[in-house]
Design a protein around this ligand. Structure first.
Ligand code: ATP
Ligand code: MG
Length: 163
């Protein structure tokens, strides 16, 4: 069973702040898959994380281009695969794999569109509407990484939620 950290945020600001705490822990080669319905805060989270990575510019879902590249402390690849067609996109997948395997930090909105393909070390954040402006966030990571993240995010792994 995959372990996960869960918490609820009550505003976009709160989500961005949490993202900043996580972003500060990301480094070259890290991949965060963001999975959740429209408007759950995936881009909001990426923006918060990018701020912590030293990028002050505009962060928006790259809906049509599918990939934005930011020059932060590390290069940041911001994918949005909402409109990506897996059947037509094998070439793209090959190019992306190379980028993702490199020295950047990758954020992939709608990563579920990739099917089974994701690097083994990827972190996964699932986001869901939880009434009004509440959003349920669930972070999973392989092995010991999750304990490190739990400490940094102030989320008690045993109890699960921080509020
Ligand atoms: N707790 C919250 N966390 C994040 N965003 C929130 C929250 N409450 C309200 N919002 C609002 O919800 C919207 C989230 O938009 P955002 O673009 O981040 O979603 P998204 O998941 O990236 O959507 P899309 O799939 O269309 O790219 C924003 O307008 C934000 O202000
Ligand atoms: Mg988005």
């Amino acid at each position: 069973m995959e372990r996960a950290l869960t918490t609820t945020t009550g505003s976009a600001e709160e989500t961005a702040k949490l993202a900043g705490c996580l972003g500060a822990l990301l480094g070259p080669g890290d991949v965060l898959a963001l999975i959740g319905e429209l408007g759950t805060g995936k881009t909001c989270f990426v923006e918060g994380a990018c701020r912590a990575l030293g990028y002050g510019g505009r962060v928006r879902s790259p809906s049509y281009t599918m990939l934005n590249i930011y020059r932060a402390r590390f290069v940041v690849y911001h994918f949005d695969l909402y409109r990506w067609d897996p059947q037509a996109g094998e070439v793209e997948l090959g190019e992306w794999e190379e980028l993702i395997a490199g020295d950047g930090v990758s954020f992939i909105e709608w990563a579920d569109r990739l099917g089974g393909w994701l690097p083994a070390g990827a972190l996964t954040l699932r986001l869901a509407h939880a009434g009004g402006t509440d959003r349920r966030l669930e972070l999973s990571a392989p092995g010991p990484r999750l304990a490190e993240l739990a400490r940094a995010l102030g989320i008690d792994r045993e109890r699960g939620a921080s509020r």
